[in-house]
Design a protein around this ligand. Structure first.
Ligand code: ZN
Ligand code: ZN
Length: 342
């Protein structure tokens, strides 16, 4: 079968002809219908985030149909529409048992630690496979498994409750899901912070109050719009020290800032004014949980989560086209979400 693979970091991905993967008794073979190209994939190709072993088929946002199922699989059959949880976990370590399987000691991510979806087929344990309802496109199903799932987990980590006010910092792929999911979880008001007018306009279509951070500090604007109170929940999805700081500074009394954007840089916090005296919290967000995916799929089925405006382009399973899409992400040409159709 055809697979587009990372052979070595800092080199373009290459098309290779490799055998269709074998499946075990509890595995399924999925014929890929859509594989999302994610910003993480650009980091893997650049070598800023390590992939091993190499060569590796990238692609962790995958939807498709069951080709074959192992003898031990009872809940899936050929031709079922499915999407894949990208963490393959052991199911029995202390973290898996505690419902914290992102930290599974034997965990492996598809498209990073084992072959992913930039291919015609992918083999995964049946446990990692979820039925994709008929009303949800393969494109949406693929992209939901990463950006929407992480946005959802961030809001749940922040303990978003009905009637809360929310500020979403960064309304790209994750943020556009975060806005819609915040409303689905009962947010009274959602502020969308960005510097890109097109993104702000789209967030507004989904019901958010746009805050353009181009010329004025976003935290100051959030405070002004909330009569000085601040928001109950701030979600940072960009990964910049400046926006993390603004997320904390936007918090109301007992507000929660969930940080999901990735950076190794530090940011300043004034503990007394910004945390202690407000009983405010800063919460880290890592990936998401398998148990959250059925809820997410249900919300998409009900039309509470619409990704039709997020996935904007599809390309064939070809190394040149995929490398060009990754180049575009490297140059911060986001806004265009590309999905591979093998
Ligand atoms: Zn992703
Ligand atoms: Zn485990």
């Amino acid at each position: 079968m055809k697979a587009v693979r990372l052979i070595e970091p800092q080199r373009p991905l290459q098309m290779q002809e490799i055998p269709v993967p074998e499946i075990g008794v509890n595995d399924v073979l999925v014929r890929v219908q859509a594989a999302g190209i994610c910003h993480s994939d650009a980091h893997y190709r650049a070598g800023t985030s390590r992939v091993e072993p190499l060569p590796m088929t990238l692609g962790h946002e995958v939807a498709g149909v069951i080709e074959t199922a192992g003898d031990g699989v009872t809940h899936l059959k050929p031709d079922d529409r499915v999407c894949l949880h990208y963490m393959i976990t052991c199911g029995h370590c202390v973290y898996c048992n505690a419902g914290q399987e992102q930290f599974c000691t034997g965990g492996a991510m598809i498209g990073k630690h084992r072959d992913g979806g930039y291919a015609e087929y992918i083999a995964v344990p049946a446990r990692s496979v979820f039925n994709l309802p008929a009303g949800i496109s393969f494109d949406a199903g693929a992209v939901m498994m990463c950006s929407s799932a992480t946005a959802f987990h961030a809001l749940r980590k922040a303990r978003l409750a009905a009637g809360d006010t929310v500020a979403v910092f960064g309304v790209g792929g994750l943020g556009m899901s975060a806005v819609q999911l915040a409303f689905a979880l009962g947010a009274a008001c959602v502020y969308a912070v960005d510097i890109n007018p097109a993104r702000l306009a789209l967030a507004q279509k989904y019901g958010a109050q746009p805050i353009d951070a181009t010329f004025e500090d976003a935290a100051i604007q959030v405070r002004r719009r909330t009569w000085g109170r601040g928001v109950d929940v701030a979600v940072e999805l960009i990964g910049l020290p400046q926006t993390m700081r603004q997320a904390v500074q936007s918090l109301a009394i007992q507000g929660r800032a969930a940080l999901a954007g990735i950076t190794q840089k530090s940011f300043d916090v004034r503990p007394y004014d910004e945390l202690i005296n407000r009983e405010a919290e800063i919460i880290g967000v890592s990936d998401h949980l398998a148990q959250e995916l059925p809820m997410l799929l249900e919300l998409a089925k009900l039309g509470r989560l619409d990704l039709s405006q997020v996935v904007t382009r599809s390309i064939p399973l070809a190394a040149d086209a995929i490398n060009a899409a990754l180049d575009n992400l490297d140059q911060f040409g986001e806004g265009v979400r590309v999905v591979i159709h093998p």
